[in-house]
Design a binder for this molecule. Sequence first.
Ligand code: PMP
Length: 391
Amino acid sequence: MKGFEHLKQEIQEWKEKGVYRPLTELESDQGSKVVIDGREVIQLSSNNYLGLTTHPRLKKAALAAIEKYGAGTGSVRTIAGTFSMHERFEEKLAKFKHTEAALVFQSGFTSNVGVIASILGKEDVVISDALNHASIIDGIRLTKAQRRIYNHCDMDDLEKALKETEGARTRLVVTDGVFSMDGDVAPLPDIVELCEKYGALVMVDDAHASGVMGKNGRGTVDHFDLHGRVHIQVGTLSKAIGVLGGYVAGPKVLRDYLIHRARPFLFSTSHPPAVTAACDEAIQVLLEEPELIDRLWENTRFFKEGLHNLGFNTGKSETPITPVLVGEGALAMKFSDELLQEGVYAQGIVFPTVPKGEARVRTIVTAAHSREELEQALEAFGRAGQKLGII
Ligand code: PMP
């Protein structure tokens, strides 16, 4: 079909640079090992931190919900698509997060876009960390508010932005709790202190801390004991929780406002019963099986130490997200291909997901990995890294 020549040309350029990547098909469920091209390989690229995607309790809850309530909801929440289970789950989430209220969105992505784009007007300012997730950036693109970007985790730069924007109606400082490409943790106590000093609101996106950090996986606010001092918490149900969705936890007035003004909430159909029931069960699992989180962190320590001992550069990671930094995009892709040959699936991440020259293979261990699997993976990293001159 004619009319797409400019796209074809760009794709050709990516191929020449070695950064074009077809989608990788999984032929199995999402476990510690997955089947790719008929071969079983160790999975180190999924956000399934606790192994909940295949947890028997979640599967059972989803099946029961389908039997009772059907496969879909047939409407947006604000018309005919709010089932009792949606409301009960949000109450459970609010209790879990120690907030007044919570509101579920279709994804973490739409949660960020929905909240940032709706609650600010042109009298307001949004102040955002330079390495925040794309969904925060897109939310900012959609607001009428003025915008300021501060250097990554740089508190002097944040303070400068707060000083320079005094007089605005509302200032909203937004940060990822755990940064998705580097695995470092935001200095949330310092951010909260600055925001209290300058009278700004704080919003944290805990996509990679939900189910991972804090008591029972309550996130960074709990980890740093900042309950009641962070105004808006966004979480995802798509990663450690093992299903799909996102949520905003905060005061009742915020929930009420979002129900009336957040466009992804207003104009997109609510979660199918299976999704909500499985998410609800996942929160119960976090409360009743906290040993899964302990195992995740034990595996994280073991794997990170193994990579360091091999001589890899893992940047500033402090969490299960461990990047193996290599620099050039083409090298990251070659490294990832070589690892796959060695029986390990670890995706190469290149520009525009990370800045040019900072390409990497990103690894995420989970609670589901056995020690033996992690040892095998480390051996594969050693062989592939030496072959390509990375170590
Ligand atoms: N925020 C961050 C920091 C993320 O890493 C992601 C997922 N890539 C999201 C939000 C979006 O979450 P979801 O996959 O639930 O849309």
